[in-house]
Design a protein around this ligand. Structure first.
Ligand SMILES: NC(=O)c1ccc[n+]([C@@H]2O[C@H](COP(=O)([O-])OP(=O)(O)OC[C@H]3O[C@@H](n4cnc5c(N)ncnc54)[C@H](O)[C@@H]3O)[C@@H](O)[C@H]2O)c1
Length: 452
């Protein structure tokens, strides 16, 4: 058999293994994206191994525990009964058929893409790469990362001189590479994960076919695009669309506040238009791993092409100014009560970056707490998802969650995250002053409420 037909045989063998749910799937990076994905494949009957460099996560999973609030212990147990295990030993990759990479892609201190997790992962995979393996990157990143960063490391570091299959060209000395963005919306209960179509772009048609089959086994719809870069750009377009539209309503909210208009009422009314309008909502600032971060991956890459992404820069400026607006609003509201921010007791309600989730990353609450503290406010916080807030990459708060039993002791209660568990009627009734950044107190009539 020629090496070309050997490869075609390998592709069809791997495809049928996938279709029968027998392909061994490795998920690298067992965080908010990777762990649910691993569980989804396990639920689909696939033999799944999770890889993470964080020993605490590996041990927790292997002991049947969970470290993500919305993933329950019975779900982990069910996966373990299906054969799911977690490990830090990359050598175990050698027996895998497909490898899905879900590691972080943050920004560095200069607001530039930090690809060190992707490059570190690629360097760890490379020595164990096998002919015919399928490698898929899911981490959000700029167009070009898969082919310009991931593939060269895998090609350089493997033991067999393997190359990524390109064009129609694939022989027994190739592996397959694709990019498929993660589109999860944490806390969103309205769409099941398998109902979110999966966009896939392979380096060559066989990579697209195999990646399409792998996702098609779990997700109800896959959408093929022409290249990994097109798939990378698709994800960025989605997040930039959100970022820019949120900035737009944040700016219009500031104008509405000045004009004594209620932006929430206006958005609700505009949303009745059956076409051409999609509602976005203002807030205390952007949070999470995606929307505050991903657009800057593109603006950084655009500079290589001598191009300025002005919408992204402007949206970033408006959104990152929102925590300062919140601090000013608290100061003004206290002033109305003849109090200074300096020395006032402020309770921040909700520190998660959005409601009903246990994720603090890039949360505007952290910036707001720091800004209030800098002005001399005595800040406490409450969040049912966080008994304590310690040190992160960009903050060091060392605070413990305060109970909600004596709200009258605070000069101001500041609603930053509108968790569903809060009883807003009671909060307004028992507080002296409530500054509301989320319209959480909608429908409650009280002079104590200050919209922000
Ligand atoms: N969280 C979301 O809602 C979301 C949604 C869509 C896309 N994304 C994207 O998905 C990617 C992952 O995000 P996340 O939220 O799951 O991050 P996360 O921080 O929750 O998890 C990443 C995991 O990767 C592990 N890791 C880091 N380097 C590793 C290595 N070399 N080998 C093995 N494991 C390693 C970390 O220990 C961690 O457990 C990011 O690119 C993010 O932008 C996230």
């Amino acid at each position: 058999m020629s090496s070309q037909s050997a490869s075609a045989a390998h592709v069809s063998e791997l495809k049928s293994k996938i279709e029968q749910g027998q392909a061994k799937v490795a998920v690298i990076g067992l965080g908010y994206v990777g762990l649910p994905l691993a569980l989804l494949y396990s639920d689909g009957g696939f033999p799944v191994t999770g890889f993470d460099i964080d020993q605490r996560k590996v041990s927790t999973l292997n002991a049947g525990g969970s470290y993500i609030f919305r993933i329950t212990v019975p779900e982990i147990e069910r996966a373990r009964n299906q054969g799911f295990t977690a490990t830090s030993e990359y050598a175990q990759l050698e027996s895998m058929d497909a490898v899905i990479i879900c590691v972080p892609t943050p920004l560095n201190e200069y607001h530039e893409p930090d690809l060190s997790y992707i490059t570190g992962t690629a360097q760890s995979i490379a020595p164990h790469l096998q002919p015919g393996q399928l490698v898929i990157l899911e981490s959000t990143t700029y167009p070009g990362t898969t082919e310009e960063v991931l593939v060269p490391i895998l090609e350089k570091g493997n033991r067999f001189g393997l190359k990524a299959a390109r064009g129609g060209d694939s022989d027994g000395k190739t592996f397959f590479v694709a990019f498929s963005p993660e589109r999860e919306d944490p806390g969103n209960q309205t769409v099941a994960r398998r109902d979110i179509p999966k966009v896939v772009g392979g380096v060559n048609p066989q990579a697209s076919e195999l990646a399409g089959a792998l996702y098609g086994a779990i997700f109800n719809r896959t959408v093929q695009v022409s290249s990994p870069a097109a798939a990378e750009m698709t994800k960025l377009l989605e997040n930039i669309y959100r970022c820019v539209n949120i900035a737009l309503v944040n700016e219009l909210k500031l104008l509405c506040l000045r004009m004594n208009l209620d932006i929430w009422e206006v958005i609700e009314a505009a949303s009745t238009k059956p076409f051409g309008f999609h509602p976005f909502y203002p807030g205390p600032g952007l949070g999470g791993h995606c929307i505050p971060v991903d657009p800057f991956y593109l603006s950084w890459k655009a500079k290589e092409w001598d191009f300025r992404t002005r919408f992204i820069e402007l949206a970033g400026e408006i959104n990152s100014n929102m925590p300062y607006h919140v601090m000013d609003s608290v100061a003004r509201a206290l002033n109305q009560h003849k109090k200074a921010l300096n020395g006032s007791k402020v309770l921040v309600l909700g520190v998660a970056y959005k409601k009903d989730i246990d994720d603090l990353r890039e949360s505007p609450a952290l910036t707001i707490i720091e800004l209030l503290q800098k002005e001399g406010a005595l800040v406490s916080y409450n969040d049912p998802y966080f008994p304590a807030v310690g040190r992160g990459r960009k903050y060091d708060l060392q605070m413990k969650c305060s109970p909600l039993n004596d709200l009258g002791q605070y000069d101001c209660v500041l609603i930053v995250t509108d968790h569903s568990d809060y009883d807003y009627e009671r909060i307004v009734r028992e507080s002296k002053l409530v500054v509301d950044t989320r319209n959480a107190t909608r429908g409650i009539k009280s002079p104590k409420i200050v919209p922000c």
